[in-house]
Design a binder for this molecule. Structure first.
Ligand SMILES: *[C@@H]1O[C@H](CO)[C@@H](O)[C@H](O)[C@H]1NC(C)=O
Length: 435
């Protein structure tokens, strides 16, 4: 059956998943990891990952083949001594010939900040260890989009693992399973060593959609496997949500669902922005998949509609930093709004360079636009260390022949510290009331 699927799927869907650009030097997709493909120990938890789930809580997600396996997590601060237990829920889905394992989600907490916890899923299998994020600055985010599961993905993950980060932010395109559902299992196994130890906060990209006309709705696999705290943030969709951690309000938007001013996402975004308290969270970050400021020829202009609809709202709210993926390269802008330099605009970063199988996007528009400060087509990852309410240090590290080499870095000062946010308070209020 698996052989049949392997033969069938690429030919059926080649037209929809082939990239528009010829990108050189991709690395091969990694071989199927035995653990995820055969899933031999049917009730043993596999593909464990954790995510933030509201104040002082985290969601633990894992998969078993056995649908009678219970959905509880035991946890505590000492290895092998679990003094707390949390009951969860489970789900599963079918995708044509494929049936997923049982996907379990359990929320643990309240947890102490900046603390190591040991945990075990369903009373079976290995013990895992996670660290909760701090409640105050400094906090460090690791960032890379368009991850995939190739040799380059492996080196990006190894470099992220070497950096001391608290939370990983992924602006879309996770597994590049592209309809071949067992590749989602393979991806879950590949990322488990990192994703079981630090919260992974993700938003969807085009490769998560996997819809089939009349047969499959979009995002079935993604929503089942990568449940994010959308209910906790007042959203009705896993495709957009927000969370707060250590003085930072992070908004994860959806480039691949409705975003115009009549949409549910737009309504939710306005409500979420109106709740942001910059004395509690001086930093405001936004992530989504398709970039609004991109001088690469790949996907040129693809983010324009969403930018037209939502940029005024983000500007009025004083968003510090916008992070996107989609373009398989790295680019950093100066503070920009409505196409021009603006000291109260956001810094836009495109970082779709995690290492997917499609390779890099090498061709740029010349001359380089005034708003574009740094651009390079290499695989790599970013690190954002927010030091205090006014200063953050951003660096981008390229995968140079498997070494991590810092290629771009900059201190970013917050809009709160430059007086932009005070000036904007009444502006936001009027935008929120009129639109
Ligand atoms: C914030 O951090 C920066 C960079 O380390 C430092 O120069 C500045 O004095 C700090 N501000 C406060 C209020 O601590």
């Amino acid at each position: 059956m698996e052989v049949l699927k392997l033969l069938l799927f690429p030919t059926l869907f080649l037209a929809t998943v082939t990239a528009e650009y010829v990108r050189p030097l991709p690395r091969k997709t990694l071989p199927i990891l035995r653990d995820s493909f055969s899933r031999t120990h049917s009730s043993y938890p596999s593909q464990v990952h954790v995510s933030l789930a509201g104040d002082k809580h985290m969601r633990v997600t894992w998969i078993t083949d056995d649908n009678h396996s219970p959905s509880f997590v035991e946890y505590g601060k000492a290895s092998g001594r679990y003094d707390s237990i949390a009951e969860g829920e489970s789900t599963s889905y079918s995708y044509l010939l494929y049936s997923s394992g049982t996907i379990h989600h359990a929320v643990i907490g309240p947890l102490e900040d900046n603390t190591e916890y040991f945990y075990r899923c369903a009373g079976k299998g290995s013990e895992f260890q996670l660290k909760t994020p701090p409640s105050e600055f400094p906090i460090t985010f690791a960032v890379a989009g368009d991850l995939g599961q190739t040799g380059w993905t492996e080196s990006t993950l190894a470099h992220i693992d070497q950096c001391k980060y608290d939370v990983y932010l992924l602006p879309g395109d996770l597994s590049y399973a592209d309809y071949m559902q067992h590749l989602w299992d393979n991806f879950g196994t590949l990322v488990e060593p990192l994703a079981s130890t630090r919260p992974w906060m993700v938003t969807e990209g085009n490769h998560e959609k996997e819809s089939l006309l009349f047969l499959m709705d979009g995002f079935v696999s993604y929503n089942s496997r990568w449940k994010m705290p959308f209910k906790e943030s007042g959203s009705t969709s896993n495709l957009y949500y927000s969370f707060e951690v250590a003085g930072v309000h992070v908004i994860m938007l959806g480039s691949h669902t409705d975003y115009d001013e009549y949409s549910e996402q737009y309504r939710w975004l306005k409500a979420d922005l109106s709740k942001v308290d910059r004395t509690r969270t001086p930093w405001l970050l936004v992530l989504f998949h398709v970039p609004w400021y991109n001088s690469n020829k790949a996907h040129q202009g693809a983010g324009d509609d969403m930018k037209g609809a939502m940029e005024p709202l983000l500007y009025a709210a004083g968003v510090d930093l916008v992070i996107a993926g989609h373009v398989h390269a790295y680019e950093r802008s100066k503070r920009v709004y409505n196409g021009g330099l603006d000291p109260c605009g956001a810094v836009h970063i495109t970082i779709g360079d995690g290492g997917n199988r499609e390779g890099l996007a090498h061709r740029y528009i010349n001359p380089q636009p005034k708003w574009s400060e740094f651009r390079e087509a290499s695989f790599g990852h970013g690190e954002l260390k927010i030091v205090n309410s006014t200063h953050a240090f951003w660096s981008w590290n390229r995968n140079d022949d498997d070494e991590s080499v810092k290629a771009d870095d900059i201190w970013i000062t917050s809009l709160v510290s430059s007086g932009c946010v005070d000036q904007k308070r009444h502006e936001l209020r009027s935008v929120l009331m009129t639109s």
